[in-house]
Design a protein around this ligand. Structure first.
Ligand SMILES: [Mn+2]
Length: 346
């Protein structure tokens, strides 16, 4: 098995360490939180001290995971955390320091040893050990292989957390990252006590009104171009305010649009406070939007990616759309100026 040396190293690191911090990316979702919780439960079985801390607190919708193990934010460590407090930190589901936010900044200042567990393609290596399994559908799937390879006991709550991470990152086993192996792992997790119907309902049937309201407003900005092969939309600060929604409430809109017949690529431009514009891309598989995002200084997979552009909405659209047209091989796109109107924003 190709990863055996890495599993052995990871087990050694865990054995000789006592206290652990687990973290993930900004705006943690079901893969981040599911994999954090599963690893935390494993470490607790071994009698270790574990704290899960992300840059931003988890959304309420993930309470079915956070009730298994608390998930906090940087504030929970207090104003001046002791740099020696943790022997080891695990970063899960995140491939750049940038995307770990304040927690990553603190870990680097503290000089904590880091183990990275991820399934995203990345050039950046940042841990004393980087376990990057690109063929895995989620960080939770990577952990599953670790638990199996080292004979760890996967309890029903751990199985539930890992199953949530896989179900979420494959969007209910619909995306191209759903491999035969993914389904085999998922089946084993069901055998170990995960409840498919329960996890599905928690992940996909708990939309807030703010999210649906935001979707309604965002759809008012929808543009359909390149013979229907491209659709894109914008979410400005005004729309977030009108819907009483937050940045993360825009997550999932592109996955919904990908359901449109004939569409190949979807793009969304979303205001991220004063930081700039988050451009997010989805592809049904023919076009590589991961490479597109990397060109823009971001990252992701070939079918799902994003980049932060530190500029205005208008300039972000003008900079990005021509690249999207190029990815689609479109020769004569509609001039961008004509596409910027929205019935919701004057
Ligand atoms: Mn993931």
């Amino acid at each position: 098995m190709a990863f055996q040396a890495q599993w052995n190293r990871m087990r050694e690191i865990i054995e000789v360490s006592e206290s652990f911090l687990l973290t993930s990316h900004l705006f943690p979702e079901a893969d981040s939180i599911g994999s954090e919780v599963a690893l935390a439960l494993h470490l607790r079985q071994l009698g270790k001290e574990v704290v899960i801390v992300n840059d931003t607190p988890p959304l309420d919708r993930y309470s079915f995971l956070t009730r298994l193990h608390p998930v906090g934010s940087m504030e929970d460590l207090g104003p001046h955390p002791d740099p020696d407090r943790f022997d080891v930190a695990f970063t899960l589901d995140v491939s750049t320091w940038d995307y770990t936010g304040e927690v990553g900044d603190w870990l680097r200042r503290a000089g904590t040893s880091v183990v990275a567990i991820d399934h995203h393609h990345s050039q950046e290596r940042f841990g004393v050990l980087d376990v990057i399994m690109e063929e895995a559908a989620s960080a939770g799937e990577v952990l599953y292989h670790y638990f199996r390879a080292t004979g760890a006991r996967i309890t029903p709550p751990m199985a539930e957390a890992l199953y949530a991470s896989i179900l979420f990152d494959t969007h209910g086993f619909r995306l191209s990252n759903t491999k035969n192996e993914t389904l085999r792992v998922a089946t084993e997790l069901l055998d170990l006590g995960a409840d498919h119907r329960h996890v599905s309902a928690q992940l996909f049937e708990r939309e807030s009104w703010a999210r649906i309201h935001l979707l309604r407003l965002a759809l008012g900005t929808l543009q359909r171009e390149c013979d229907g092969r491209l659709v894109w939309l914008t979410i400005s600060e005004d729309l977030f305010r009108l819907a009483d929604a937050e940045f993360v409430d825009g997550d999932g809109i592109l996955d919904f649009l990908l359901g449109l017949h004939g569409v190949e690529v979807c793009a969304m431009f979303r205001q991220l406070g004063t930081e700039g514009i988050k451009a997010t891309f989805r592809s049904k598989g023919k076009q590589d939007v991961g490479a597109l995002a990397e060109e823009l200084g971001g990252g992701g997979r070939s079918t799902a990616s994003g980049a932060l552009l530190r500029t205005s909405m208008h300039d972000a659209i003008r900079a990005v759309l021509p690249r999207v047209y190029a990815v689609l091989g479109a020769r004569d796109p509609v001039p961008v100026e004509t596409s910027l109107s929205s019935p919701w924003v004057s």
